[in-house]
Write a protein that binds this ligand. Structure first.
Ligand SMILES: [Zn+2]
Ligand SMILES: [Zn+2]
Length: 236
């Protein structure tokens, strides 16, 4: 390790993406203790939304059995519970640098899925401009940019905008939530002909955000909408 690197390391020690402790001299993103703690989504998973399932013979999670999602299919990298604190710091505590690790991990795990779909663009879930100003960045866009750097698939962050007032979703019931979300997105500039896109988000829960976006993207003439989430809850 050269002198400059050593000094930088002393001034700005590398902290573990998972537990936030200093990882030591090795420039590792994840400390030794946490390496086994990250839970990746592995088969069996829901064929529609990608949630981890318990039984091999189950095709869809209970949510996707009931609901007709507007997107074709989705995939996710981590079990939300195992990365909840990490994603919280990434989203609310300014830890933008996590996107480098997340993007690389997404690419390592999902390159096959991506080449199967062969999307024209990655579209991050937009945040309302006022929230972006306050936070300084859109976390989904940071992930998309890093994934784009690895995969070569371009990011399109201008096509769809968030216009709706940001009512905290937890204060709304399901129906109000969906109504609110339908009004929340607007196609801004549809000057590129896209056929297949992948929406990028940090957390997938009920899928209502992705569905609302897929609906408006369909109207804009984009037939094939997939999503990729950094984290996802477990399915039943
Ligand atoms: Zn750690
Ligand atoms: Zn599902």
């Amino acid at each position: 390790m050269d002198v400059k690197k050593t000094l930088l390391n002393l001034l700005y020690p590398v902290r573990c993406v998972v537990c936030d402790e200093i990882t030591g001299y090795a420039k590792e993103a994840v400390c030794r203790k946490c390496r086994g703690k990250i839970v990746y989504i592995r088969e069996p998973f829901c064929m529609k939304c990608g949630k981890q399932l318990n039984k091999q013979e189950q095709e869809y999670c209970s949510d996707c059995q009931k609901k007709n999602h507007a997107y074709i299919q989705g995939t996710a990298l981590y079990d939300y519970g195992s990365m909840a604190d990490s994603v919280f710091r990434f989203k609310y505590k300014g830890r933008m640098e996590y996107s480098k690790f997340y993007g690389k991990e997404l690419y390592n795990e999902k390159a096959c899925w991506l080449s199967m779909i062969s999307p024209d663009a990655l579209i991050p879930v937009p945040v309302h401009p006022s929230r972006k100003r306050k936070r300084g960045y859109n976390q989904a866009e940071l992930i998309a940019r890093e994934l784009s750097r690895c995969s070569g698939i371009p990011v399109n962050a201008r096509l769809i905008r968030r216009v709706g007032k940001t009512i905290p979703l937890k204060n709304l019931n399901q129906l109000e939530r969906e109504k609110n979300l339908k009004r929340a997105f607007k196609i801004y500039k549809n000057d590129v002909k896209l056929n297949t896109i992948v929406i990028i988000d940090d957390i997938y829960t009920t899928g209502s955000t992705i569905d609302a976006m897929a609906g408006i993207l369909h109207k804009a003439g984009i037939p094939k909408v997939y999503f990729m989430a950094l984290t996802i809850g477990r399915g039943i």
